[in-house]
Design a binder for this molecule. Structure first.
Ligand SMILES: [Zn+2]
Length: 433
């Protein structure tokens, strides 16, 4: 079977394995089933996959596909097998039925990211059947737990199984390589070369506890609420990193508009729904997400806390912290509860050339552009090994599909033609990599 046919079957099979990751260890049974499925697909064609468990059931699969020149540095291709939860009552199809309808495969994980897992599996199987080797070693990693912070997946592999990544210098993984239609017959293909950093912070306010009926001018809840509102309303200044600047320059050129670097939001507003992601990469952001205070309606508590989900641009985390401290004021204590650095690499070199050429060969209207993801992926973990990470999971999308909204969204689905396009692009890419 040709890879462009088999990719549909494999994607469908994967969608039917419920790999919901709630973050609770007791509820992640599906990851092991998916890992065994993947391992079997790899072993069938003669690869030697290894299933690695960080905790019972938290399974990842590793395999090395030997290249024509094993002395060269290796390429890592990584995808996660877990998905975020889906509430079937909100969907128009069952989220774990793997339905094929209206030219789409529907299901939780269809774009995040069983589509890419299936593309890689189908392509590797075809290459093995045909006796084709990649030019250099390719390390394949299908991992657990991306959706709850990577602890039991990529982080575990990087910390305890790093020998599998010997010689790996570059990687491709999720959230990049998808098309964005900008009118005419040109399509931007957003290749991820950067990610914002993740700083989850807790704000703590202290005050004088007491009875809710009495005068209290030192109320922790009031102090916290004021600080949270200031943070939530604050607009951090625009800082264009090389990735975002290159993106905006290219987009402006394609759109035929003048880029105003002092007001880049004009250019961003012209790119459709994807502006929700791109707009967030123009500046640091801080969104309040949780509040915690009190234990009784008529008791003023002595403490109150809030969580702020902060996303920082490369090189900005210290400046950001200074600014945040100014905003919340001296009486609020800041505590980091989760911290992962931003990533940024350049949009150049042989690998970028291979991605761009593969896209152009399959879509003559392709304009490959670098972009920064406002969120984070397993690339944060693999980058700790000194690996240069790209988001490149190529898919050509219909102009009217709001792709960004499908990530963790209702009625997540992937166009079958897009999947097949992705296999062909990956095939060309791998040959040149
Ligand atoms: Zn993902």
């Amino acid at each position: 079977m040709d890879a462009t046919d088999e990719v549909i079957d494999i994607c469908r099979d994967l969608l039917r394995i419920d790999t919901t990751n709630t973050g609770d260890l007791d509820t992640s049974a599906g990851e092991r089933v998916a890992a065994e499925y993947v391992a079997e697909k790899l072993a069938e064609v003669g690869l030697q996959p290894e299933i690695v468990e960080s905790e019972p059931g938290r399974a990842s699969v590793l395999a090395r596909f030997e290249g024509a020149d094993p002395s060269r540095d290796a390429l890592l291709i990584h995808g996660h097998l877990d998905v975020v939860p889906a509430d079937a009552s909100e969907w128009s199809v069952h989220p774990f039925a793997g339905e094929l309808k209206d030219g789409y495969l529907w299901g939780r994980g269809a774009v995040d990211m069983k589509d890419f897992d299936a593309m890689v599996l189908a392509l590797v199987r075809q290459m093995k059947r045909e006796g084709r080797k990649p030019p250099r070693d390719v390390v394949l990693a299908f991992v657990a737990d991306e959706e709850a912070g990577s602890t039991y997946g990529a982080q575990h592999l990087v910390e305890h199984h790093r020998e599998h990544f010997d010689g790996v210098t570059e990687a491709i993984g999720e959230v990049g390589g998808f098309s964005v239609s900008v009118g005419g017959d040109q399509r931007l293909y957003l290749i991820e070369t950067a990610q914002k950093g993740i700083d989850w912070l807790r704000l703590h306010a202290k005050g004088r506890p007491g009875h809710g009926s009495m005068i209290n001018d030192d109320n922790a809840v009031t102090a916290l609420a004021e600080a949270v509102a200031r943070v939530g309303r604050h607009r951090f200044p625009v800082v264009l990193t090389p990735t975002v600047r290159a993106f905006l320059e290219q987009v402006s050129q394609v759109l035929g508009i003048e880029l105003d670097v002092d007001d880049p939001e004009v250019a961003v507003s012209k790119i459709g729904p994807i502006a929700m992601i791109i707009g967030a990469t123009l500046r640091n952001t801080a969104n309040p997400t949780r509040l915690a205070a009190g234990y009784k309606d008529n008791v003023i508590p002595g403490r109150a806390s809030a969580t702020i989900d902060c996303r920082t641009l490369p090189g900005q985390s210290e400046l950001f912290e200074e600014e945040l401290r100014r905003i919340v004021g001296p009486d609020i204590e800041l505590e980091y509860i989760h911290r992962q650095p931003a990533l940024e690499t350049t949009f150049d070199g042989d690998l970028v050339a291979a991605m761009s050429a593969a896209l152009r060969a399959e879509d003559p209207g392709a304009v490959p552009v670098p972009y920064m993801l406002s969120g984070g992926t397993d690339a944060k973990q693999f980058a700790r090994l000194g690996i240069r990470c790209f988001g490149f999971s190529p898919v050509r999308l219909p102009a009217d599909l709001n792709f960004g909204a499908l990530f963790h969204g209702i009625d997540e689905r992937i166009p079958v033609e897009g999947l097949q396009f992705g296999v062909r692009v990956l095939d060309r890419f791998l040959q040149q990599s």
